[in-house]
Design a protein around this ligand. Structure first.
Ligand code: ADP
Ligand code: MG
Length: 345
């Protein structure tokens, strides 16, 4: 029992967590909402169904002593039910903040020295109109919950704003559009014993989806140090035990604004699978099983490239040329992350 881990969600992040767990003799049970899922071949046990199915949830809770998530989009009451009996990393308090953009923004701006883009809570069309004007008629409407890879986000302009007049606009925020220089991210991992971080990487997005991560970020040492300082400050405010990714915008004046937090391994950390002595999934396992966290020890400069939608049809070419990771998705969907590959640079 002591070496068992329950994972909520069985996508590619769950799959990589299972692979890391196996390396350290940890047995995994994945709870998946869908019949076909990436982690299926890699976990020791699985349960398929709704998280709110009481029988399944009880089985899941009984399967392990320790739990983690591969997505923050898990109903909070499910996490609280697990936490009543067992330990979950990161804790439900952290997931509560990070699964809701409004709570997350409020939390971040409450920390001394931490700033985000300006934002306004949106509950109706009037809010949208006035906030849009406030931000110079340039805003991004984002759903507070359940968004990922740009889903639930709308760039608002003079032509489309009126389309939202009859929409139910409860549970949104409007963010000012930032004219940033670069996007970077830092991954921090904390155990009871120590804290480690993966060095800042540079992220290139297209249509709000991550396409490429470049390690290391092409920024000055001063900005790197600042990014790590901000990331560790956020982790310490959250009393993190587990792993957390922090997305940031580097502004033209070299100011760093925090974009968002992810309380789990992150796509921008996949380069660590090939170019670190200890990858982000191993660090998560160490943090849960109370091992001392090891310095990731990055090996080389590299790039990680996501394979999205129909690009997956070229997977044979990618496998021949690069270290290609297949996510074993049930079908190709436009804008779906289907796999990734890494290249030394
Ligand atoms: P998701 O949860 O879908 O990753 P994000 O808030 O990170 O949502 O937005 C996805 C991407 O959209 C960002 O990585 C960035 O490229 C772009 N974006 C988000 N917010 C802003 C903003 N305020 N200004 C400019 N670009 C933004
Ligand atoms: Mg993001």
């Amino acid at each position: 029992m002591k070496n068992n881990l329950g994972i909520l969600g069985g996508g590619q992040l769950g799959m990589f967590i299972c692979q890391a767990a196996k390396k350290y003799n940890v047995k995994t049970t994945v709870f998946s909402n869908s019949e076909k899922f990436s982690a299926k071949k890699f976990c020791d046990n699985y349960l398929i169904g709704s998280f709110s199915n009481k029988v399944l949830l009880d089985k899941f809770i009984n399967s392990s002593d320790f739990f983690t998530i591969e997505t923050e989009n898990i109903p909070l009451r499910i996490l609280k039910l697990i936490e009543k009996k067992k330990k979950i990393f990161p804790s439900s308090n952290i997931v509560e903040i990070t699964q809701n953009r409004l709570k997350e923004k409020k939390f971040l701006n409450s920390i001394n020295g931490i700033k985000t883009a300006r934002y306004k809570k949106i509950s109706n069309f009037n809010d949208l109109e006035s906030s849009y004007k406030l931000f110079g008629k340039n805003g991004i409407l984002k759903s507070c919950e359940m968004g990922y890879d740009g889903k639930g986000q709308y760039r608002i302009n003079d032509k489309n704003i009126h389309n939202f007049k009859n929409n139910e606009l409860h549970g949104y925020i409007l963010e000012e559009v930032l004219n940033f220089k670069k996007e970077i991210s830092v991954i921090v991992c904390c155990s009871k014993k120590n804290t480690i971080f993966y060095p800042p990487v540079e992220n290139i997005h297209k249509n709000a989806i991550l396409r490429q991560t470049i390690h290391p970020a092409r920024i000055s040492n001063e900005i790197k140090n600042k990014a790590v300082m901000l990331a560790t400050k956020i982790a310490s405010e959250l009393k993190l035990q587990g792993i957390l990714a922090i997305e940031m915008f580097l502004m033209k004046n070299n100011e760093l604004l925090i974009n968002e937090l992810a309380p789990r391994p992150h796509n921008s950390g996949h380069w660590s699978l090939d170019f670190c002595k200890y990858n982000q999934f191993e660090s998560l396992i160490f943090s849960i099983f109370k091992k001392k966290l090891m310095n990731p020890e990055p090996i080389n400069k590299c790039k990680m490239i996501n394979v999205i939608g129909k690009d997956y049809e070229k997977k044979k070419i990618f496998s021949r040329k690069y270290k290609f990771y297949d996510y074993y998705k049930d079908e190709i969907k436009e804008l779906r992350k289907m796999g990734h590959y890494t290249v030394k640079s």
